[in-house]
Design a protein around this ligand. Structure first.
Ligand code: CU
Length: 139
């Protein structure tokens, strides 16, 4: 009986671990698939957007657990996270639900980051954004 209880406790522990892993895995995550951090590339640069545990929907379409990508280019400081993402050459919207783009970049080092926005272009709470990657555009 004691042995059975030990085995049962072990199984319960393993199951708890599995649930914890699942909960962690269910967190939405945005990431830049390509180029890789530190890559040397030539312009125009194709950038592929990745999103896990969330769906892409066009701007204006209100649907739970979805959003559209914004590509931040050479943005040192994040925009306000409780307001629509600005629209300029450094903050590009992909309100059509695109998951890839091709952009012209000047030679040199550039920072890229993804920031997901909801149907109103406002970041989620908590914000879903990628790590910053740095690429070097060659002549
Ligand atoms: Cu937007």
């Amino acid at each position: 009986m004691k042995r059975l209880m030990q085995v049962t406790a072990g199984v319960v522990l393993v199951l708890c671990g599995a649930v914890a892993v699942l909960a962690e895995d269910a967190q939405p995550r945005a990431y830049i698939i390509a180029p890789l951090n530190g890559a040397q590339v030539t312009s125009p640069v194709t950038i592929k957007f990745g999103l896990q545990n969330m769906g892409v929907a066009p701007a204006g379409v209100e649907r739970a657990n979805t959003g559209h990508h914004h590509l931040l280019i050479d943005v040192a400081q994040l925009p306000a996270l409780d307001k629509p993402v600005p629209t300029d050459e450094y903050h590009r919207h992909f309100g059509g639900g695109q998951t890839e783009t091709r952009i012209e970049l000047t030679p040199g080092i550039h920072r890229l980051q993804l920031l997901l926005g909801d149907h109103n272009h406002v970041p989620h709470q908590p914000p879903v954004m990628s790590e910053v990657i740095t690429i070097e555009v060659q002549q």
